[in-house]
Design a protein around this ligand. Structure first.
Ligand code: HEC
Ligand code: HEC
Ligand code: HEC
Ligand code: HEC
Ligand code: HEC
Ligand code: HEC
Length: 414
């Protein structure tokens, strides 16, 4: 009986010790890092990252650089702080060529402390860092809330190891005393018997399972509204893999708008009919999905003719990519002038059975590429004369988009 008690105490003790350790870790922070993370993502993330310079400096470690009062004053109104003659504020402003950070008068001191707490603690679990580019299609869901899950997993493994060690110790004792030894399996079943008899152990186990389930539900909710990877069901099972991949149809045969204008059009059903007047069955769905094209344009399969006086019903494709109105993006600028492949931004579309959003489409994503991409000056009349001057000015052969003004707010926001 004593040994059972000991074991049970250890179990409870460990469980709570671990939560105390975590609580203490966070108690040293100036605020609530989880709230800080939300505020950061909503208000600061367009210009700052923790570990990387973007429009503004990396904010990881900012608490070592300045006092909390300074950070609060800066964030609430950086222009006012500069006007007061603060040397640090003027220095950082000049270092960033006078780029304007907006004032955040609505953030309270506690809000900013929470944000700072987040810059200290960082993300609980780092997402696997690829090549440093943002365009990797890592599903953004949940990632850093994984800690609890790891705690539970770690504890479970620890418990199993503990049972094994106890069994070993018990056996060794038996060997010393010259008694017959038992196997781990027998000991494990002893443990279950103890557990079944001891309701407190069951209660704890229930809590562990409940926490785990809640965690799963929470993850599910967190992924609502995360648009990267957004893959809605479409009214017709149209496959890019089949059309652009297997049958090698050029992207711009259907999306002809991309070359000329701001928007890349979605083709109308009558364009589909260029081929589907003849191709009346598909390899996967037979007549079923192609019949939906016919229903849209009013084509009769039996007579091979359009129905007279039929009112065309446009196919209601669900839009996948959608920038907010405040941002201006032009396909022609990138596809035509920039010579950028569709796949650079949209990923391996020719392999997608169902199309999904590959890139995050955040401001940071646009900016990062503008910092790194060279302007294709050779094949572009417009830049020919500017070209020499820029090379001289920046003393380099590599002219990147930021040098032609690609980081100016007004280029993307009017
Ligand atoms: C629209 C872009 C933008 C947003 C949004 C933004 N910042 Fe900034 N931030 C900057 C720029 C640019 C600088 C560099 C200084 C300058 O040019 O004014 C900067 C500098 C800073 C600095 C000084 C860092 C250092 O290392 O010297 C802090 C602290 C800071 N920002 C905090 C925040 C916080 C907190 C938020 C969110 C509440 C935020 N910023 C939102 C653009 C932004
Ligand atoms: C046969 C015509 C056709 C071809 C060829 C084609 N597409 Fe599409 N594309 C469509 C249709 C129809 C949709 C809307 C349905 C969907 O999202 O799957 C679409 C949707 C898209 C979308 C998502 C639009 C949104 O809602 O945000 C992108 C991005 C895209 N195509 C890129 C490409 C690229 C890149 C290629 C070449 C590799 C390509 N497409 C080739 C017909 C085509
Ligand atoms: C340039 C020719 C061309 C155009 C334009 C075209 N398709 Fe297709 N489509 C094909 C080919 C080729 C197949 C495959 C036929 C096969 O393998 O038997 C196909 C097959 C299909 C299938 C059957 C899939 C299956 O596995 O059963 C559907 C559905 C389909 N297309 C929808 C569309 C839609 C919607 C459009 C217009 C947005 C469109 N297609 C435009 C050439 C085209
Ligand atoms: C530099 C990155 C980039 C490149 C290159 C690019 N796109 Fe896009 N694409 C975007 C962005 C950003 C959006 C969202 C635009 C919006 O919501 O206004 C988008 C949206 C779309 C859409 C939805 C309709 C629209 O215009 O909003 C289609 C279709 C599309 N792209 C197809 C293509 C095709 C086909 C190519 C190659 C010919 C291509 N894209 C090249 C970034 C790119
Ligand atoms: C894959 C790299 C890449 C991405 C991602 C990208 N761009 Fe660009 N962008 C370029 C290149 C290259 C040019 C220069 C094109 C040229 O030669 O005119 C450019 C030019 C521009 C220009 C014109 C700049 C000027 O000074 O004339 C605007 C505006 C622009 N991009 C907006 C955006 C927006 C908004 C986004 C995000 C939604 C975005 N870009 C994402 C590569 C990119
Ligand atoms: C290369 C294009 C580009 C440049 C340059 C750019 N932005 Fe943006 N900005 C965007 C895009 C795209 C979005 C929308 C991002 C999203 O929806 O996640 C955006 C969003 C924003 C937002 C709204 C954030 C929100 O949560 O709604 C603000 C504020 C902003 N930008 C300010 C600025 C300021 C200030 C500058 C100049 C320092 C600037 N931007 C430069 C592309 C750009």
């Amino acid at each position: 009986m004593n040994k059972q008690r000991l074991f049970y105490r250890l179990f409870i003790g460990l469980f709570f010790a671990s939560s105390v350790v975590f609580a203490q870790d966070e108690a040293d922070l100036p605020g609530d890092p989880d709230n800080g993370k939300k505020l950061f993502n909503a208000q600061c993330g367009a210009c700052h990252k923790l570990d990387k310079k973007m429009v503004g400096p990396a904010l990881g470690g900012v608490a070592d650089k300045y006092s909390m009062d300074w950070i609060i004053a800066w964030t609430q109104n950086n222009a006012e702080l500069r006007a007061s003659g603060d040397k640090d504020a003027i220095a950082i402003f000049e270092e960033y060529n006078g780029a304007i950070m907006p004032a955040f008068p609505n953030l309270s001191e506690q809000d900013i402390k929470d944000i700072v707490a987040y810059t200290i603690r960082g993300d609980k679990k780092k997402a696997p860092s690829g090549d440093g580019e943002e365009i990797a299609a890592a599903p953004a869901a949940g990632g850093d809330d994984g800690m609890n899950m790891w705690v539970i997993l770690g504890l479970s493994i620890f418990l199993i190891v503990l049972i094994a060690i106890l069994a070993k110790v018990k056996n060794t004792l038996k060997v010393i005393k010259g008694e017959p030894t038992s196997t781990l399996l027998e000991d494990a079943s002893v443990f279950t018997k103890i557990a079944v008899r001891n309701q407190k152990v069951i209660a704890v186990a229930t809590v562990v399972v409940a926490v785990f389930l809640l965690q799963q539900v929470y993850w599910g909710l967190m992924s609502v509204g995360v648009e990267e990877g957004y893959e809605p069901e479409q009214p017709i099972a149209f496959s890019h893999a089949l059309h652009a991949g297997e049958n090698q149809i050029d992207c711009q045969y259907c999306h002809y708008g991309a070359e000329k204008g701001k928007h890349s059009n979605i083709p109308s059903a009558s364009l589909c009919m260029n081929c589907h007047t003849y191709i009346q069955e598909g390899p996967k769905y037979g007549e079923k999905e192609i019949d939906k094209i016919y229903a849209a344009v009013g084509f009769d399969r039996e007579s091979n003719q359009y129905i007279d006086g039929y009112e065309v019903k446009p196919v209601k494709w669900v839009r996948i990519h959608n920038l907010p109105d405040l941002a201006y993006f032009s396909h022609a600028q990138h596809v035509n002038a920039g010579n950028i492949e569709c796949q650079t931004c949209h990923g391996p579309v020719e392999e997608m059975e169902v199309l999904y959003q590959y890139s995050p489409l955040t401001m940071g994503w646009c900016i990062n590429c503008h910092r790194e991409s060279e302007v294709d000056v050779e094949n572009n009349g417009y830049y020919e004369e500017m070209h020499g001057k820029l090379k001289e000015k920046h003393n380099t052969d590599k002219i990147t988009v930021d040098m032609i003004g690609g980081l100016e707010c007004g280029k993307c926001h009017y």
